[in-house]
Design a protein around this ligand. Structure first.
Ligand SMILES: C[S@@+](CC[C@H](N)C(=O)[O-])C[C@H]1O[C@@H](n2cnc3c(N)ncnc32)[C@H](O)[C@@H]1O
Length: 406
């Protein structure tokens, strides 16, 4: 007969292979022999979570902790289970316990800080994130979170220092490199690097819709409204009167928030985006005829004359120089095709055409927009000021640009 520890190893292998029933039977056999077997209780809890039963998972991990009070990772897991169950105060307390029993565990400090931040305690979050980095400097999520909380609290200089520290520690991190350029204004790239965009949006994909919902995000509605107005005003493609557009591209489609708004106006709707995780969510909406994971200028260059209209909501803010995407868009449009996009505004008094702002996105002057459109072969029909969304309680001012292939 196998020992409880052998039995546990076999059950864990079955668990890993997602043979949940076999794994559960194994864990239960271990617990029959040793009801206080903390590891078996822990993994039985995780198994319930993997099956979708978070409430039972919490009970097993709590039982595990009755026998393993100083197990930091188990307190940390309990915190995560409480987060998944929406029990925020209990999550915070569990993470706090993890930091007490395992003070060197950067991840526990990070998770505790995120709870504090979400409760509105920015100072507490900043302290906990600084502790996370002091105790475990390699826990890189804490750099980004700390710099963001500092920036949101108006402490931009301290945020800049943290980005620099992060970039020094992890020169390979595209996010750290991008943000150092943003805060120092040195070596500013002409557009956000592909790996930065992928890193940023692959990790943001899961919470993107919920987060932007909270920020009163308006870009998709604004671009589609402008597109329909422009298409109706002249008639596009071969249609005599506006009866929809034969082919529309959503450039930087993200999770597909523009999709349901565009669908009634497009016979064929195509989306392109660099982030595979964002595209996966767009796919789940089932309103695009084609979705492609690719850099948008490269994609548009590969489809000459393919689209009657191209929309790009909150995406050209990841480009400083607009010559390349605008020229690629012109090539991908049919004769008289329409291009609609949003940008964030840089005051006309600026000596620069565009600027990488400290939040990591670019802002453009209207003067530059007009000249870049003309150079690329577009007539700017309208550049309308608009509030695109809020950030740190402030309205983000931008413009909705409607242009036609000249
Ligand atoms: C803020 S999101 C907006 C998504 C969507 N348009 C919306 O309004 O919900 C910006 C999107 O642009 C994509 N993106 C940024 N630069 C890109 C590039 N060069 N090529 C393709 N996609 C890009 C990002 O991956 C991200 O999904």
């Amino acid at each position: 007969m196998p020992s409880p520890d052998d039995e546990l190893r076999i059950a864990m292998a079955a668990h890993k292979a997602e043979r949940f029933e076999e794994a559960e039977a194994g864990y239960l056999r271990v617990l029959e022999a040793r009801p206080d077997h903390a590891k078996a209780l822990y993994y039985l809890g995780l198994l319930q979570f993997h099956r979708g039963d978070t409430a039972t998972a919490i009970k097993f991990v709590q039982r595990c902790l009755n026998f393993a009070r100083t197990n930091g990772p188990a307190w940390n897991t309990l915190g995560g289970l409480f987060v998944a169950a929406g029990r925020k105060a209990e999550a915070r307390d569990a993470y706090r316990r993890a930091t007490i029993v395992a003070p060197a565990m950067g991840e526990a400090w990070y998770n505790y800080a995120i709870c504090l931040r979400d409760e509105g305690d920015a100072e507490g979050a900043i302290d906990a994130l600084r502790t996370s980095l002091a105790r475990e400097p390699s826990y890189s999520r804490s750099y980004e979170a700390l710099a963001t909380v500092l920036y949101q609290a108006g402490r931009s200089q301290e945020a800049a220092d943290i980005y620099r520290e992060w970039a020094e520690r992890e020169p390979q991190s595209a996010k750290a490199r991008h943000m150092v350029a943003a805060v120092s204004q040195r070596d500013v790239p002409s557009r956000a690097a592909d790996d930065y965009v992928r890193e940023l949006f692959d990790s943001a994909a899961r919470s993107f819709d919920a987060n932007l919902g909270k920020l009163n995000y308006r870009a998709p509605g604004l671009v589609v409204e402008a597109l329909v107005r422009e298409a109706q005003s002249v008639g596009v493609s071969s249609a005599e009167a506006y009866a929809g557009l034969a082919s529309v591209l959503d450039a930087g489609c993200g999770t597909g928030l523009c999709g349901p708004l565009l669908r009634p106006h497009a016979v064929r709707l195509v989306g392109v985006d660099l982030s595979s995780q964002m595209v996966e969510r767009a796919r789940a909406r089932q309103c695009y005829d084609e979705l492609v994971v690719e850099e948008l200028s490269t994609f548009m260059r590969s489809r000459p004359g393919a689209f009657d209209a191209i929309v790009s909501a909150d995406t050209l803010v990841y480009f400083g120089a607009l010559e390349e995407p605008l020229s690629a868009a012109r090539g991908a449009l049919t004769k008289d095709g329409v291009l609609v996009f949003t940008v964030e505004s840089l005051p006309e008094t600026s000596s620069q055409d565009y600027r990488l702002e400290t939040h990591g996105r670019y802002a453009h002057t209207e003067r530059y927009l007009r000249s870049a459109l003309a150079v690329a072969g577009f007539t700017a029909t309208r550049i309308e000021p608009a509030t695109l969304r809020e950030e740190s309680g402030e309205a983000v001012s931008g413009a909705v640009v409607t242009a036609r292939r000249a």
